[in-house]
Design a protein around this ligand. Structure first.
Ligand code: 13P
Ligand code: SF4
Length: 338
């Protein structure tokens, strides 16, 4: 049970927001986070795009599918999600009776933002016989309008599970959808959404890098544009890219996805070289600004005060969960493991 002082602190925190709370700089945050996790029976789930210091303190690091599978199977009281909003919402839908906290509620996703549910609802009405497949990178509300969810790991298996004579609407990522159309030869109606990070890679700079490093394999995430994917030796989700770099005999890789994944690649293959694919501008725009909103300080605060909590309306949980359950079921049958 929370004491009154904690209640007051929580109220203040809700009122002020995390940005105003000062964390004692002398605290060993890793130690504090580990202590709080134990005390509160909490699990810390982190996506590969998180800062390395967050990955190091996580109980599980994974791609969107692995994180959803882990959220489904955990029996803790609190899930702390070091990722973005749609991931924490997915965890909440799978665990309506658990507390799910996201260190910064502003950690959104440009892909998710590119498909507002009310607009999609009108779009969907034009194709009443179509099956709706939505990339998990979408809002909980969009999930209520979706038949089957997918991630970049299992998108092919999900689309292949739909009878060949059925029309498909694929939302919101036109790049992942286009990649699937090409790979499995299935015509789909694509929503015109995209990820700001994966659309920033420079074809010209990548070509130059490939010329300078002819021995390097070029690997890319399917959220990248077609002209980038065409050059790739291997295309896959973050966990599939990581696996490829571990198993492939090449010793250098040019990596076209958010560079947070390179931390695990280097850890797994310390003798190999990983070169982040450069963006077309001179900024660090290949880093996801949403993912990078999470910090060790915010993580500590969210564990300490159990805030900010991801809350969803009961009807959203009930209706939105159906497409996630279908995806997890297809993944289980297709042998996708965490
Ligand atoms: P995966 O985790 O499925 O590789 O997707 C990457 C991504 O962009 C998550 O936001
Ligand atoms: Fe969204 Fe792209 Fe960031 Fe992933 S990398 S959270 S798809 S904006």
């Amino acid at each position: 049970m929370m004491n009154t002082a904690m209640e007051i602190a929580k109220e203040n925190l809700e009122h002020k927001g995390f940005l105003d709370i000062e964390v004692d700089p002398s605290l060993d945050l890793v130690e504090e986070i580990n202590k709080l996790k134990k005390e509160k029976n909490a699990i810390l789930l982190a996506h590969y795009y998180q800062e390395s210091e967050i990955q190091d303190v996580a109980d599980y690091i994974g791609d969107s599918l692995g994180l959803a599978q882990k959220a489904e199977s955990t029996d803790v009281d609190i899930i702390v999600f070091a990722g973005v909003h749609f991931m924490a919402e997915t965890a909440k839908m799978l665990n309506p009776n658990k507390k799910v906290v996201l260190p910064d509620l502003k950690a959104g996703c440009s892909l998710s933002d590119s498909c507002p549910a009310p607009l999609f609802k009108m779009f969907k009405e034009k194709y009443p016989d179509h099956v709706v497949v939505s990339y998990i990178n979408c809002t909980a509300e969009l999930k209520t309008l979706t038949d089957i969810c997918c991630t970049s790991s299992n998108a092919e298996a999900v689309v292949n599970s739909i009878p060949a004579d059925k029309g498909i609407i694929f939302a919101p990522d036109k790049n992942l959808g286009g990649y699937l159309q090409k790979k499995i030869g299935r015509d789909m109606i694509l929503w015109n959404g995209s990820c700001m990070v994966h659309e920033i890679f420079s074809n010209e700079k990548i070509t130059k890098l490939m010329v300078r490093h002819p021995e390097a394999k070029f690997i890319a995430h399917p959220e990248c544009e077609d002209h980038i994917l065409e050059k790739a030796d291997f295309i896959g989700s973050t966990s599939q890219l990581l696996k490829y770099t571990k198993e492939n005999e090449a010793t250098s890789f040019i990596v076209a996805t958010e560079p947070g994944i390179i931390y695990q690649m280097e850890k797994a293959s310390p003798d190999k070289t990983f070169i982040p694919a450069p963006p077309s501008t001179n900024c660090a725009c290949n880093e996801c600004p949403h993912m990078k909103l999470n910090t060790l300080e915010k993580l500590y605060l969210s564990l300490k005060y159990e805030l900010p909590e991801v809350q969803l309306e009961p009807w959203v949980i009930e209706q939105g969960k159906v497409c996630i359950d279908r995806m997890l079921d297809i993944s289980r049958k297709a042998g996708f493991k965490m």
